[in-house]
Design a protein around this ligand. Sequence first.
Ligand SMILES: O=P(O)(O)OC[C@H]1O[C@H](OP(=O)(O)OP(=O)(O)O)[C@H](O)[C@@H]1O
Ligand SMILES: NC(=O)CC[C@H](N)C(=O)O
Ligand SMILES: [Mg+2]
Length: 575
Amino acid sequence: MEKQHNRGQDGAGIATVKLDTEPGVPFMHRLRSSAPQAIGELFGKIREEIQEIEKYQPEITKYPGLMKGHNRFLGELLMGHLRYATQGKNNVELCHPFVRYNTIPARNLAMAGNFNLVNADELFKFSKAEPGEVHKNSDLAAMLETVHHFLTKEDEERRNGLDVKRILQQSFSMFDGGYHACGLIGTGDAFVIRDAHGIRPSYYYVNDDVIVAASERAAIRTTFNVGENEVLELMPGHALIVKNNGEYKIEQILEPKERKACSFERIYFSRGNDEKIYKERTSLGRNLSGTVLKAIDNDLRNTIFSFIPNTAEVAFYGLLKGLEDYLNKIKVERILSWGENFDEEKLNEMVNRRIRIDKIAIKDVKMRTFITEDSSRNEMVQHVYDITYGTVRPGIDSLVVIDDSIVRGTTLKESIIKMLDRLGPKKIIVVSSAPQIRYPDCYGIDMSKMGDFVAFQAAIALLKDHGKEHILQEAYGLCKELDRTNTLHAQNVVKHVYKPFTPAQISAKIAEILTPAGIGAEVEVIYQSIESLHEACPNNLGDWYFTGDYPTPGGNRVVNKAFMNFMEGKNERGY
Ligand SMILES: O=P(O)(O)OC[C@H]1O[C@H](OP(=O)(O)OP(=O)(O)O)[C@H](O)[C@@H]1O
Ligand SMILES: NC(=O)CC[C@H](N)C(=O)O
Ligand SMILES: [Mg+2]
């Protein structure tokens, strides 16, 4: 859990199942916290429980079997989760895992996951669950109720043991979304499952002692000290099903569909210490070096390169490598052109030419602002960054800073650009290792409101500039019509809003929007192209937030809904 802070900082939760308990002894427990240091609080509580027993049995920690009887969270099946809300509020009641308790062991179910479903309402209707005020906006509640419905049915009908595969086939075929989800059943059986497009990442590792699964490979590698190839990818539409006797199987649950693994995982969301992700982020940066050189007219003498911490650091190394390649090529060309005509000093000057890099921006807290809830994000962005003084020659140097994404533009507008401008650069070029984020995500990354996207704001502004605002009304009319005929899923209407403009026009407008009043430097924004993103991350071609092409029917519905919300002035998610 400590190695997956990147996936959620709203809160944390754990659940345990004990095997082979005597009848009447509780076997499933759950604990959650939404405290700022949630993991610390959870395990602090467990430590307190143990210390309480130690008062009477000082030797107890030497006897794990005995401890299991006295401590709620000692068990054989363990589940942990860090929440990043993509639906509902940020309160502790919505932290994972969710649990359904029952007197019959087979009908106890704990679930958690890294996911987002877009058809929760439909699922509540189906399972006849009547969620309360807090849970009605929870896709985990909808997921749990549906799986529990089929679990109960299976328990009623079963002859020899629970058929977990069948339960998963019945329930997960109803879910529209992206997920890596897991469940513990009161019988001591467990499962981990991944969506049919492989949208969310999912990995597992098995040895003689443990069977473990997580959203990221690096977390498993670090915890169990194992090699890259020992941790396997759970393939799309498949589940890892573990029986209470320790036997396990990888089963196909759903027909795998076209692989559309989320590219934003690679660009930003996952931790960058994964072997493959590190390489991909480096390539993303390197791919941008040509465009950047053009933007600075190859003037490396008067340009300083840097990055916006934290996650963009790896892409920065890639950009640097690309620039170094260029510079070295130039050095060789020059030296060759001299023939015999050089001395030590001249040669020294040439080989010592460097790309000028500096640590310009500093992030004081290791919190991710992007995944912080709306109400506290702006303030956090304003206080979290700082700059290094004395790095830029005012009025002479230009600054190039790379970030991994510009989504709402809050980080740049509310903080970074104003601060960088204090250093007096001639020009500030912001480079994004992700392409323009134009459409909502609905599969587990919380970018769901059209009006929030700076790319969308730019398109609207351009429509105004060009006297084409009627396109908005026409698109809205089309959405209403699709809604009336129940066919909102049939096409992505928002594409019409972007269509009249080239990516370069949108980027230029974004730069304008992101330039706060009273700034001395000229601001330019450069984005990764979709083609070079695909080239850098060839296994993660999921790109709906950049292209508007959604892999599931719920996607178009969400983007059209998000657009209608925008037009109607509603500040709500599109799902
Ligand atoms: O355009 P915006 O909506 O402001 O969001 C984009 C910013 O958010 C992310 O950083 P974040 O602070 O979440 O995390 P990091 O420190 O891991 O880079 C990302 O790296 C960008 O800097
Ligand atoms: N990624 C997560 O942490 C869980 C997302 C889930 N949709 C929720 O909002 O609870
Ligand atoms: Mg960042």
